[in-house]
Design a protein around this ligand. Structure first.
Ligand code: UD1
Length: 339
């Protein structure tokens, strides 16, 4: 079976991808130092998949450790998730972000090139589009490269590094997936999002508030030029997103693209913050405490994916609805809080 190295494989998107890889006949090997995840995730992955999952608790920035643990392992492809992702924190600690996200990518790429790896998938983000000018639906052709935070800038730089490496003529197939807003959890209720501290992202804050961890949700801004005054995003079920990575590895193997492929992974549909709250209440039957507050600095007003390229190139489209994702996220929250 083909071995796929998954960096950050105990994290939110990484763990769901490990499940999809196994279900599609791949053999994932996890590298994760658990700084933003829990070792128990590995046990839960083993429960879901009913097989043991090799993992190494090392930092991807530690070149020697990476070399030591993977010595003599033939890796077909790498899916590189391991990175920081909190926009606000990146503004406060930019060097920590550049160090981990950029240096980490360079190390992993270096290892890939020295060890005959064939395929490489990079976790990019719709944040590379910054605040799109005059459009809401962004395609891969939409101008990118001016992200509005150091976190976003690490994704812009990551994409540039990949372009330059590919351009140098290396024998590595490279795909950068630009994620929109992943939400939800695995239907088993065994894995999901585990924010450290107070969540920054919308749905974890909603489910934690409904679970009684916070008094109320603050909706950041109600005077945006959108249908109801709140920001609009393209929320995608994390299992759909995970599946896009499997399709991505298959695509690289079949097509061996000559340059880096950049592909949006979103549903193609925008949903406002108020619509999310309303759908949460309808889906779960729980009333949510919330209030309007000021705008959050750096928020993009309205953005969603043009999802044509993922359909055409990867044969992938989102299968799950926002209701499915909310239902799974709420189940997960109830499981971890014993509600
Ligand atoms: C941003 C980035 C995304 C990145 C992610 C990492 C963009 C367009 N998206 O997501 O690429 O991967 O951060 O965390 O740059 N909201 C509230 N109250 C809350 C929390 C959020 O009203 O307590 C609103 C926000 O204002 C926003 C929406 O909910 O309109 C979604 O916010 P969030 O979940 O943080 O995701 P993004 O900011 O879109």
């Amino acid at each position: 079976m083909k071995k796929i190295l998954v960096t950050g494989g105990a994290g939110y998107i990484g763990s769901h991808t490990v499940v999809q890889l196994i279900q599609n006949g791949y053999n994932p090997i996890v590298v994760d130092d658990f700084r933003n995840s829990q070792p128990a995730v590995i046990q839960n992955l083993e429960k879901i998949t009913n097989q043991s999952i090799p993992f190494y608790a090392i930092d991807i920035c530690d070149k020697t450790a990476l070399n030591n643990v993977l010595k003599n392992t033939e890796i077909e492809g790498i899916i590189h998730f391991a990175a920081y992702k909190a926009v606000g924190e990146s503004v406060e600690k930019p060097l920590m972000y550049y160090h981990n996200n950029v240096e980490g990518l360079i190390n992993v790429l270096d290892w890939a090139l020295n060890n005959n790896v064939k395929h490489f998938i990079f976790s990019s983000s719709c944040t590379v589009y910054g605040e799109p000018q005059g459009i809401k639906e962004v395609s891969e052709e939409t101008a990118s490269g001016i992200a509005n935070s150091p976190y976003g800038q690490t994704k812009v730089i990551g994409e540039q590094i990949l372009n330059d490496v590919k351009h140098s003529g290396v024998d590595l197939n490279i795909l950068a997936l630009r994620y929109f807003n992943p939400i939800g959890a695995h239907a088993s209720g065994l894995i999901g999002e585990l924010p450290v501290g107070k969540p920054n992202n919308l749905l974890p804050f909603i489910t934690q508030t409904a679970a009684g961890l916070h008094k109320e949700l603050t909706v950041f801004g109600n005077d945006y030029p959108t249908s109801d005054g709140t920001c609009v995003r393209d929320y995608i079920h994390v299992v759909d997103l995970a599946e896009a990575h499997v399709k991505g590895i298959d695509f690289l193997a079949q097509n061996q693209p000559k340059s880096v492929e950049f592909i949006n992974v979103g549903t193609g549909k925008g949903t406002s913050v108020l619509e999310m709250i309303q759908t949460f209440e309808e889906t779960t039957g729980k009333k949510l405490n919330w209030k309007f507050g000021p705008r959050r600095e750096g928020d993009v007003v309205e953005i969603y994916a043009n999802a044509d390229k993922s359909r055409e190139k990867l044969g992938w489209i989102a299968q799950y609805s926002i209701k499915d994702a909310i239902n799974d996220a709420w189940n997960w929250e109830k499981n971890i809080r014993n509600i």
